[in-house]
Design a protein around this ligand. Structure first.
Ligand code: ADP
Ligand code: MG
Length: 608
């Protein structure tokens, strides 16, 4: 039988390699920016169109390439950065595999213009899907300009999987942040669809962080630095009170290379232990300087993971350094929090105390035949009976049903009479669950999820009838946002307005918030926007593709009461009433369970 093995043609081999190196436009951005850094550039401009799908261009003033190199750089394993196997253990450059340009050129149209300062004329090379289209001498500035057009034009399956422009842009921005944070002494510009999103002059690290994350972060940065025989460590950590609900400002760099490291991330989280509310992420920008011999950057094709020879030791050093910095700025707790039994909710210094607000529906008339927005008594034929909630309370004469109780509460309040009936009906557990007695046992309601369901249905109904009530802000609040967040909000502004949140675009990444949805429990516009962005940024986790459901759900999640919020009996009553007036009280719009019942049988069994 004839031999069957053949060597793959280069174009196919490159396309296969591209599958690893080039996942999305942001991967191209990373490789190109790193090449410019390796070429010693002092000024780097990144120009992107349509989330990088139609154009990614990088212009640098680095060393440039000779005519031969300009062609050779697109060959696989063509690199100027390592020559011997030993070099692999001494890597100080960002790239070293010689794979990136070959891979990118396999899945896009590439135009390269480059000139070394010593040469009089430069070289232009055009390549499409690994095929050389043209090469000629041209006049151009010293340095390199490379344009990647129509990424994945020849791999439709991949192109189809690209996300929306704003999602792709977000990924690009995060690569841009990583590289520009690693090299604050280099000037960087990022332009998207003709707008400069960032223009960062050469600077020190602190100024670079401010350039990327806004002026506000400045006063929240705490120095961190330490030097040991195995590692030198420096940078900044954020004060606990500026911790965010979503991850995004956590950066580790090793010898000028961004690194993800969940193990070391834990060292930091552990050092902040008890200083943060649950689900909050502290900002950090931490730079390790370490002998390249004691790390391995080679374990991952996209190289964001780095292996340390002595990771445990580094964990300890980092942990101690973070504790020390927090301590120096006297933000560590003075009480010994290791004593069991403490359960103090975290409150940042000077935090405004908000009093629980009670949301009373002014259109609600208990004597109406069919009160709006409140549970109906004649619900036999409608959706509510599907859940059978009325039966839950059904034949318990000593425990009136929630609607009844609610009416009585209103009446007795009017007469200034004391009511005993609601005071013991509800019990709040750990600031998280509402417990109440039902026929078959103990009903447990997740307060936040319940409120999400209530608000979601209210917002959707309000949108359909165009009656979403807005709370106008007397003094519209202006908020400066990160560019990606800004684009995301502005592109959804019309939808948001339908739900009562009116924002206007003040340019330069700034918006003003003119009104908030009426029943939001979050009344600080900046906080609400922060919540909303955290949720919208995880949009892909939401089950709806339809924009209005998605926004209603995001808004409901952002506005709902949180965990840890202490509720009065009256408020618990309100939530339970309104929850059971919803069409689907059992699950949140994104499918999480709201209610459970601990059956009497189960309780009895446990106490046997
Ligand atoms: P690597 O960076 O791993 O060497 P690449 O495929 O990214 O591999 O680049 C191949 C080679 O092309 C580099 O080693 C470098 O010599 C040259 N090169 C790429 N980009 C630039 C640039 N912006 N300026 C100068 N030389 C470059
Ligand atoms: Mg490279």
């Amino acid at each position: 039988m004839a031999d069957v093995i053949q060597l793959l043609p280069d174009s196919i081999a490159n396309q296969i390699a591209a599958g690893e190196v080039v996942q999305r436009p942001a991967s191209v951005v990373k490789e190109l920016l790193e090449n410019s850094i390796d070429a010693g550039a002092r000024n780097i401009t990144l120009i992107v169109r349509e989330g990088g799908k139609s154009l990614i261009q990088v212009i640098d003033d680095g060393i440039g390439m000779s005519e031969t190199d300009a062609r050779l750089c697109f060959e696989r394993h063509a690199t100027s950065k390592i020559r011997t196997a030993d070099d692999l253990f001494n890597i100080r450059t960002m790239g070293f595999r010689g794979e990136a340009l070959a891979s990118i050129a396999a899945v896009a149209e590439v135009e390269l213009k480059t000139r070394r300062t010593i040469d009089e004329v430069g070289t232009e090379v055009n390549i499409s899907a690994s095929e050389l289209v043209s090469q000629q001498p041209i006049a151009c500035q010293a340095g390199t300009q490379i344009s990647i057009k129509n990424l994945f034009f020849n791999v439709p399956a991949r192109r189809k999987f690209l996300k929306s422009d704003s999602v792709e842009l977000k990924h690009i921005i995060s690569e841009f942040q990583r590289v520009s944070l690693a090299y604050p002494e280099v000037a960087f510009t990022l332009n998207h669809n003709g707008n400069d999103l960032y223009k960062l002059p050469p600077s020190g690290l602190k100024q670079r962080i401010v350039g990327l994350f806004g002026k506000n972060i400045n006063q929240h940065l705490i120095d961190i630095s330490t030097q040991t025989s195995i590692v030198k460590l420096g940078g900044y950590i954020g004060k606990p009170e500026c911790a965010k609900k979503s991850a995004g400002e956590q950066f580790f760099f090793v010898n000028g290379r961004f690194m993800k490291n969940p193990f070391l991330h834990k060292a930091i989280m552990n050092a902040y232990d008890r200083l943060l509310p649950s689900g909050a992420y502290p900002s950090y920008f931490i730079y390790f300087d370490i002998d390249p011999q004691s790390i391995d950057v080679n374990i991952h094709p996209t190289k964001t993971e780095i292996k340390f020879e002595d990771e445990r030791m580094i964990w300890q050093i980092l942990h101690a350094a973070v504790r020390e910095s927090l301590g120096k700025f006297s933000v560590t707790p003075s009480i010994d929090f290791d004593t069991p039994g403490f359960d103090i909710p975290y409150l940042p210094k000077n935090a405004p105390i908000t009093f629980p607000s009670i949301d009373i529906d002014p259109t609600y008339n208990p004597f109406d035949e069919q009160p709006k927005g409140a549970p109906t008594h004649k619900s036999g034929g409608n959706k509510q009976s599907v859940t059978g909630w009325e039966q839950l309370f059904g034949d318990m004469p000593e425990e009136p049903n929630p609607v009844q109780t609610r009416i009585e509460t209103f009446e007795s309040e009017g007469m200034k009479a004391t009511t005993s009936d609601t005071s013991n009906r509800f019990y709040q557990l750990k600031g998280k669950y509402i417990l109440t007695n039902v026929k078959s046992g103990l009903m447990i309601i997740d307060q936040k999820r319940a409120h999400e369901r209530i608000l979601y249905e209210q917002y959707m109904a309000g949108m359909q009838s165009n009656t979403n009530i807005k709370q106008k802000e007397l003094f519209p609040k202006t908020i400066e946002l990160l560019p990606a967040d800004y684009e995301l909000l502005i592109s959804n502004a019309d939808e948001l307005a339908k739900f009562g949140m009116e924002i206007s675009n003040l340019n330069h990444n700034t918006i003003s918030v003119n009104s908030l949805p009426a029943s939001s429990s979050v009344t600080d516009p900046a906080k609400l926007i922060e919540n909303l962005l955290a949720i919208m940024n995880e949009n892909h986790a939401l089950p709806f593709s339809d924009a209005k459901h998605r926004i209603a759900l995001s808004m409901a999640k952002a506005s709902a009461i949180g965990y840890g919020k202490v509720l009065s009996n009256f408020e618990m009553q309100e939530i339970v009433d309104k929850l059971f007036a919803c069409s689907e009280p059992n699950i949140t719009p994104d499918g999480k369970k709201i209610i459970d019942i601990l059956e009497l049988d189960e309780i009895e069994r446990r106490l046997k």
